[in-house]
Design a protein around this ligand. Structure first.
Ligand code: ADP
Ligand code: MG
Length: 616
């Protein structure tokens, strides 16, 4: 167990400890640190390169590989090779179903509102667990390269990530054995890497253009007193360098009449790899000329630019939209920062520079710039930068109790003060009129191990089925450290609030002890949370299926009822067993079996509706 030294005045960790900055990307991830000279530096673990492809492969013997070696299995073993997991982090199946065909591995779509799960290597994984595997690889590389334990990190996320995506990223860090000091927006980190926003006197409005492998986003930021405010974000989560590769592949297919050979996975894989090679080559040269087997693969930069110009134009339109949303003109943008490997493509640089009518910042390696900035942010949090004033932060997370006694963090630890945040909740029982809101402070996943600050009842919620009421809970922490918690049911307007001072009666030693406890118990806490979440989901499934069977006796045959009953019993047994994997497996099987019933019922409903309409 590593010792923890916490600067209690700031809630930050003392400087002797290394804190790394991590860019957990959709395509590639990497880690950086501040070297002894005080400069940010990416970690290049001997021979393995800087970028770790964000790919996890499950081998037949049950072992897991991450990164370059895993990437080799992308086309040959699609079911067991997980890529782009960042797209699934903190998301429900409802959020991603429009794009589900893009994932060649198996995503479980049992309950559309709960978080997605992935079935691979014969087991069930949450995106948090898969992301943790990538983070663990980064932690291992950092430890190997720096020859010291690495327990603390700042992790970056896109500016458009919502609360649950940010929380999922924190959990992934925890599971990988990292104390996540702060989640930082990618554009903020990139800007810091260029030194923009480091001077507290500086006031600026900037744009950060980030074109990666599969996603594009542009953010407009306002920097003031060392605080980065996101004025607008825009983009397309399904546009990136992969599309450029695909455009080249399509061009070669056409040129070589390969249309009828496209079911050959090995050929497709080879063409894709060659296309990426061509694209990168065309960044510095005007012609690419090579072969895949006997197939000639040539392309000029001019042709390439013609192929991708519509996609690039689409990103410019996003820039236009972002400016409009922020109520700004091009002339208001004082700096433009380029991020993401695909901004190396000369056409992209040219178009962005043209649009913003200025030279763009592109001196720092665009696939390293976010991680480098994250390292700078960690240095600031560590209190190592005397020139930068460290703002007041809240030393412990603040949140409320949710189903199963879980702590749901609303204002995370190390958030700047003043601060406000909120989230929406609903009821779990039909006709529920009261909702108990219990406010806690601390880092543990179960509220019973945290410190209770307050509790109140939101009364008079009008009778509605479970899941219908919309209860907004807002936390406001003011400059004096007073926390106001307000709950409003939006459909009826019923309201209730409470005020507390979270630091009241809390000694420095207690804060320190709470932090140490949470770090010591991090892994176990996350597993307990995941088990509770899967149980809650399983119990809900039992409830839904049993109610369905009662209500729709005539739609389901006797045999089907018996078989469903067997699966229900299996799920109930799994719920008792406390084996998360078994619970997910049982939910999945029950879901697969009963799915046709629901469809049948829908057909009946449509049939009835049609009959009803036929009045002649
Ligand atoms: P992400 O942030 O989505 O993880 P990256 O920023 O690492 O992604 O960008 C990866 C993309 O950058 C890939 O599509 C890759 O082909 C592209 N890329 C890398 N180097 C170059 C280059 N020299 N020219 C053009 N594109 C490049
Ligand atoms: Mg990125």
């Amino acid at each position: 167990m590593a010792t923890v030294s916490i600067n209690l005045a700031t809630g930050s960790v003392q400087k002797e400890e290394i804190i790394v900055g991590i860019d957990l990307g959709t395509t590639n991830s990497l880690v950086a640190f501040i070297n002894p000279d005080g400069n940010p530096q990416v970690i290049n673990d001997t021979g393995k390169g800087v970028l770790v492809p964000s790919v996890v492969h499950f081998q037949p013997d049950g072992s897991v590989i991450v990164g370059n070696e895993a990437k080799e299995h992308l086309i040959t073993d699609t079911q067991n090779t997980i890529f782009s997991v960042k797209r699934l982090l903190g998301r429900s199946f409802d959020d991603i179903k429009a794009h589900s065909e893009l994932f060649s591995y198996k995503i479980i779509d049992d309950d559309s509102e709960s978080m997605v799960k992935i079935n691979a290597g014969g087991r069930y994984y949450t995106p948090i667990e898969l992301s943790a595997m990538v983070l663990k690889e980064l932690k291992d590389r950092a430890e190997h390269a720096l020859k010291t334990a690495v327990n603390r990190a700042v992790i970056t996320v896109p500016a458009y990530f919502n609360d649950s995506q940010r929380q999922a990223t924190r959990d992934a860090g925890k599971l990988a054995g990292l104390d996540v000091l702060r989640i930082v927006n990618e554009p903020t980190a990139a800007s810091l890497a260029y030194g923009i926003g480091l001077d507290p006197e500086e006031e600026k409005t900037i744009a950060v253009y980030d074109l990666g492998g599969g996603t594009f986003d542009v953010s407009v930021l306002k920097i003031q007193n060392g605080i980065f405010e996101v004025l607008a974000t825009n983009g397309d989560t399904f546009l990136g360098g992969d599309d450029f590769d695909q455009a080249i592949v399509n061009y070669w297919i056409e040129a070589n009449q390969l249309q009828n050979r496209m079911n050959d996975d090995t050929l497709r894989q080879a063409l894709r790899l060659k296309a990426e090679e061509a694209k990168k080559a065309l960044t510095t040269q005007n012609l690419f000329n090579d072969f895949v087997g006997e197939i000639p693969c040539a392309i000029t930069r001019m042709k390439f630019e013609e192929l991708i110009s519509a996609k690039v134009e689409q990103t410019i339109q996003s820039c236009r939209n972002a400016l409009a949303d922020a109520n700004l003109n091009i002339s208001d943008i004082q700096e433009v920062v380029m991020v993401g490997g695909s901004t190396r493509t000369p056409l992209v640089k040219r178009k962005v520079s043209e649009f913003f009518a200025q030279e763009v910042h592109d001196k720092i390696n665009p696939d390293e710039v976010v991680a480098l900035g994250a390292a700078i942010q960690s240095d600031i949090l560590a209190g190592n930068r005397k020139d930068i004033l460290l703002l007041d932060v809240t030393p412990l997370s603040l949140g409320i109790e949710t189903m199963g006694g879980l702590m749901d963090v609303i204002i995370p630890r190390n958030a700047k003060v003043p601060s406000k945040a909120g989230r929406q909740y609903t009821t779990s029982i039909d006709g529920q009129a009261n909702m108990k809101i219990s406010v806690y402070q601390g880092e543990r996943d179960l509220v019973k191990e945290n410190r209770k600050l307050a509790e109140f009842d939101l009364k008079g919620i009008p009778g509605m089925p479970a899941g219908f009421p919309k209860v907004d809970i807002n936390f406001r922490l003011n400059a004096d450290g007073i926390l106001t918690v307000e709950a409003v049911e939006l459909r009826s307007g019923v309201k209730q609030k409470v005020e507390v001072k979270p630091t009241y009666g809390l000694t420095d030693e207690e804060v320190e002890k709470m932090l140490i406890d949470s770090i010591q118990n991090a892994k176990e806490d996350v597993s307990r949370r995941m088990l509770i979440e899967s149980r809650t989901e399983g119990e809900q499934m039992v409830y839904t299926v049993e109610r369905f069977l009662q209500k729709n006796k005539d739609q389901v045959s006797e045999q089907e009822t018996l078989d469903t009953q067997k699966l229900l019993d299996a799920l109930k047994a799994a719920l008792v067993s406390g084996d998360k994997d078994l619970i997910h497996k049982s939910i999945d099987e029950l879901n697969e079996f009963t799915r046709p019933f629901a469809e049948r019922l829908m057909n009946v409903a449509i049939g009835t509706a049609m009959k009803g309409r036929r009045v002649e």
